[in-house]
Structures are given as C-alpha cells and as structure tokens.
Design a binder for this molecule. Structure first.
Ligand SMILES: Nc1ncnc2c1ncn2[C@@H]1O[C@H](COP(=O)(O)OP(=O)(O)OP(=O)(O)O)[C@@H](O)[C@H]1O
Length: 596
C-alpha cells in the first residue's frame, strides 16, 4: 500500500517503469516509427518554408528581378510544400494517436486480465475505487504521458531543424535567439512549480468530490431515512466550491504564464535581432530584409516548442507515477489459489473430509482453529453459530477463494490442492445469501451467458427449484431484463434465481449460505421446497441461520470463535442442553413472539 503512494523515482526506477510501458507499445512499433518519419518530414518542411520566402525577397524582390513566372513558380513550390506539411502533420498525429490509443487499450486489457486472476486477499485489502482508478484514471494519465512524448519529440525536431536553418541563414542572428532560451526555460520552470501545486490541489478536490458522490449514491436509502439530504447538499457544495476555486486558479495561472509570457519573450528576441542587426546590416545591404522575414517567422516556431516541452515535464512525472502503479498491479502476486499443475483429480461422489484445518485471512488473526468434520456422499452437514464465528470462512476455504496452510480438506480422497479449480467450482454449487445478478435477462443470469444450456433446460431447472412461477409472471418471462445487481427483484426471488443457476449445472456438492433477509412466507415456502429438491442425493453443507430449517441434517456443527464447540444431530444437541439448545430455545421463542 505504501508503495502506491510513491511519487518520486530514481532514474533507474523510472527507466524500469518506462521499459514496462514501452513493452505495451511494442506491437504497434511500426505505427510509431512511421509517425516519427512524418514528424521529421513536417519539421524539415516547417524550417524550409521561410527560407523560400527569404530567397524570393532577397534574390528577386530586392534587385527587381521578380517576374510573374518566377513568382508563380515560387508560389506553386511553396503551396506544394505547405500541402505536404499538412499531410505529414495529419499522418503523424493520426498514426501516433492510433498507436497510443491501442497501446493504452492494451494496458487496460492486461490490467483487467490481471484483476480477474487476483485472489480475494487482494480485494480484501484494496478498496474497489482504487482498482477502478488503476484501470481507468491511471491508464488515462499514461495516455496523456504518451501524448507528451509526441509533444517533446515534435518540439525537439522543430527546435533542431529551425535551429539548423537559422544558423545556416545567419549564425549571429541565430545566436541572439539562442540566448533567450534560458528565459523560456525559467518561465516554464516557474509555471511547472506553480502548476504542480495547482493541479495537485485540483485533483485532490476532484477525488473528494467523487468520493462524496459515490458515498451518497450507495447510502441513499440511509440518507433519506435519516433526513440527511440538507447536510449532504451543504457538504457537497463546500467541496464543489473548493473545486471551482481550484479550477479558477488553474485558469488564471495558465492565462498569465502560458501564452502571454512566451509571447513577450518571442517579441523581445525579435526586437533584439532587429535592433542589433538593423543598425549594423540593414543600411548596408537591403538583401537582409528576407532574412529578417525568415527570423520573424522562426521566432514563434522556435520558442513555442521549448515552452511546450517544459510544460509537459510535469505530465511526464504523472505518467511515471501512474506507470508505477500499473506495473505494481501487474506484478502483484496475490493470485487466486491454484492447483498442483499436473493433477487431474476428479470429484465423483462428493465425500468431504476436513482435518485439523486452521486458517487466517491476514496471518495475524486465527479465524479457524483445528476444524475436523466429515460429510458423507449425499449427506447434509449444517454449520451454526453466532455471527463472526467462522462459518463463511469454512466455505471460503472450501471453495478455494483463499488458500489454507494448516491441515487439509479432501474431497473423494483428493486434497483440495490437487483438484483443478475449474473442476472444483463446476462440481460445487454455491448459493450465497446475497445472490449476485448481472445486468442482462433472467435467462442470461441463470445460464450465466453460457450457450451450453438450452432455454428448455433453463426452464426445467427453474421449475425444479420453484422459481418458474414468478419468472413466468414477469412481463417478458425469462427474457425480462435484470438491472444492475438485480435491484428490481426481491431477496427471495434473487435467491430462487440463484438456485436455478446452481442446479442447472448439476453440482455434486451443494454449499448454501441460508438467506437471513426478510422473505415473505409464500417465497420462503418455495425456497424450502426448492432447497429440498436440490439437496436430494447431493452432499450438502449448509450455513443455517434458522435452526428450524436444518433439523433433519445428518450432522450439526456449532461454531464459536473459529472452533467447533458442539456437534451432533438436532435431537442429540437438544438433549445435550448446551449452546445449541439455548440457541434453539431462543429462536423458537422469537419465532412465536414474532421477533425474528
Ligand atoms: N475477508 C476477510 N478478511 C479478514 N478477516 C475476515 C474476512 N472475512 C471474515 N473475517 C473475519 O473472520 C471471522 C469469521 O468471519 P466469518 O465471516 O467466517 O463468520 P460467520 O460465522 O460466517 O459470520 P456471519 O454469520 O455473520 O456471516 C470474523 O472475525 C471476521 O471479522
């Protein structure tokens, strides 16, 4: 985490970051090379154009030999070169931007590919906003960084070609221009210092603005319930005003330092040339009028690129920072757990055995301690216990969302570490409390966009878990739209869809985190019937919140602080009159008095 905040880098680090970025540009190298050839051509033409006019003035106009024919020839030549320059500039920009967009697109894809292979540990430690920002904002900054490369390259080509042209025409005049370069560098330095502060402040306030907005959107129901609208509007306004102020400082800084200051330097350089050379040479020979014209044209094209290059340096720094973050994410090795490479173990019967399993999410806090139990093929084991006792953690380990290091879990005699993750996940049907639905149709959500299942099979699966009734009642049945996260469906309906999704894949083992949300009695009845159908002939591991639903389990494990403190069947545990008995008594009382 600390490294992500790093904002300055040694030369060696910067090179290594650049190397990573260039690596992504490699597939498009010909685009870049050809674009630079056009850039060189454009710069050379830009430097040559004033020379044509200078020659025309000094050779023909000055001594009165500018015939119509000569003038037309020169105009045509000038016109063709101007056209060529326009074509070169267009080709340069088009090719470079195509290549840089593709390069950055390539980076975004690689980042996303990486993100989906990362383990849950990474997501536990990294706020979602940070991951989003890596894939969107940082790549956008890298895009700007790429554009800066073009600005710098264009600047260098222009300065060099115009410099050569100026020295070739008159080295003394050229020298006067060169003497003004330090002033431009000084102004650009002042601008850069100030802009780092102003842009930094702007970015900070903008991210506060975004954070405020996203917090309000996700907590809108709480905001409205507790009448917090006025407070939040005021807070938003405060940050918004700060943003307006920081944008204003940016504009006033740019208005003062960018164009006007550079214009002044340009004019000063030109005045200096005119005064110095005007006195010395002008009166002696009229030939120099063309020269003065050429230098007047050069002044802008010579100083502007230098200031642009200097201004771009801060974006270069931002690009390196973003490049570093991207590289860090790409090199992150908190990958999702994998399997022994050569193993092809298969799940056939669904016989689970957990032996001496201990587990921690963060190495510091022991979440599971010495867990031992067995679920026979087709049997049902229920996990019960107070919140935070470790029930979900057992499932997290069993599904290989997290790796474990102490003890082992075997299925059909194979250690989990030897069962390919795809095999494991295809044979284990997982239904979580909060079923995640994707944007799409009910049909897409049940078959998870796979073309392996026909609509008929999807319907059969839905019928099997009693989800068919409510789906048929919807406007467009199985083709009804599901909005983001299935917000338009009730918790019970989402759970039924999730049952259908699970059962469609005929898993050997069923892992179920029973929903605690309030579900109406009718849906609840369907859920229980659907569940009973799903469990038939399958090994089931159920996290139960309502003890009445697991009375028939073959084994009930009572958990507390990451340990199993009691186990047995419902009747045995009731007879024991310990924790389970107390929990059961309390729940039965609550159900009777309607407190649940
Ligand atoms: N991703 C995680 N990273 C770190 N600690 C975690 C993580 N998930 C859970 N824990 C911790 O592990 C412990 C067990 O949590 P777990 O979710 O397994 O409990 P649970 O019995 O399923 O609770 P509930 O009934 O509320 O779902 C808790 O102390 C919790 O704070």
């Amino acid at each position: 985490m600390e490294a992500q905040k790093q904002t300055s880098f040694s030369l060696k680090e910067s090179f290594s970051i650049l190397k990573t970025l260039f690596h992504f540009a490699k597939p498009f190298k010909w685009f870049y090379i050809v674009s630079f050839i056009f850039l060189a051509a454009g710069s050379a033409i830009a430097a040559y154009l004033p020379i044509i006019i200078q020659r025309y003035i000094d050779t023909y106009l000055a001594d009165g030999t500018a015939t119509m024919e000569v003038t037309v020839r020169i105009v045509i030549f000038y016109g063709i070169l101007t056209l060529l320059k326009a074509v070169s500039d267009y080709a340069k920009d088009f090719l470079f931007n195509t290549a840089s967009e593709r390069t950055v697109g390539n980076i975004r894809n690689q980042l996303y590919k990486k993100v989906v292979t990362l383990g849950m540990r990474y997501f536990d430690q990294t706020p979602a906003g940070t991951v989003v920002s890596r894939v969107t904002n940082d790549t956008e900054t890298i895009k700007e960084f790429w554009t800066v490369f073009l600005t710098i390259a264009t600047g260098l080509f222009n300065v060099v070609s115009i410099g050569i042209a100026m020295f070739a025409l008159n080295w003394r005049m050229a020298l006067v221009f060169v003497l003004f370069i330090p002033f431009i560098i000084w102004i650009a330095g002042v601008y850069r210092k100030k802009s780092t502060l102003v842009y930094g402040q702007m970015r900070r306030v903008l991210s506060q603005l975004n954070a405020k907005l996203s917090e309000s959107i996700s907590g809108m129901s709480i905001i409205q319930k507790y009448n917090q609208e006025k407070r939040l509007i005021d807070e938003f306004d405060e940050v918004n005003q700060a943003y307006v102020v920081s944008r204003r400082s940016m504009y006033s800084m740019n208005a003062l330092l960018l164009a006007p200051a550079i214009n002044v330097i340009e004019s000063l350089a030109l005045v200096a040339v005119l005064i110095i050379f005007g006195y010395q040479d002008w009166n002696q020979s009229a030939v120099d009028i063309g020269l003065v014209y050429a230098f007047t044209s050069y002044s802008r094209s010579f100083f502007q690129p230098i200031s642009h290059m200097m201004n771009s340096l801060s974006s270069l720094q931002d690009g390196i920072v973003s490049g570093h973050r991207v590289k860090e994410l790409l090199n992150n090795n908190e990958l999702a757990p994998t399997t022994n490479a050569n193993s092809e173990a298969k799940i056939t019967d669904g016989h689970i055995r957990v032996s001496n399993l201990s587990f921690s999410y963060d190495v510091k806090k022991q979440v599971l301690r010495d867990i031992n139990f067995e679920v026979k093929p087709g049997g049902t084991v229920a996990l019960v216990g107070q919140t935070g006792s470790g029930k979900s953690s057992i499932i997290n380990v069993l599904m290989r969302f997290y790796d474990y290091f102490d003890g082992d879990i075997t299925i059909d005699g194979h250690s989990l570490k030897d069962i390919p993750v795809e095999e494991l996940r295809s044979k284990m049907g997982l239904v979580l409390q909060d079923s995640f639905l994707f944007y799409g149709t009910i049909l897409d959500n049940i078959r998870m966009y796979s073309r392996d299942y026909t609509e008929e099979e999807v319907k059969n699966a839905a019928e099997f878990v009693y989800a068919d009734d409510f789906i048929k009642d919807m406007d467009q049945g199985y083709h009804s739209k599901v909005i983001e996260r299935g917000a338009s469906l009730s918790a019970g309906e989402k759970q039924l869809i999730s049952f259908a999704r699970t059962i469609l894949r005929s898993p050997r083992i069923l892992i179920l985190d029973e929903a605690t949300a309030n579900i109406d009695t009718e849906t609840e009845e369907k859920i229980q019937k659907g569940l009973a159908n799903m469990r038939k002939g399958r090994t089931s591991l159920i996290i139960a919140h309502r003890l009445s639903t697991i009375k028939d389990a073959d084994l009930i494990l009572v958990m507390k602080n990451g340990q199993i403190i009691e186990h047995g069947t419902h009747d045995q545990l009731i007879e024991n009159k310990e924790t389970y008995y107390d929990m059961y008594q309390l729940q039965t009382y609550q159900e009777k008095t309607g407190e649940m």
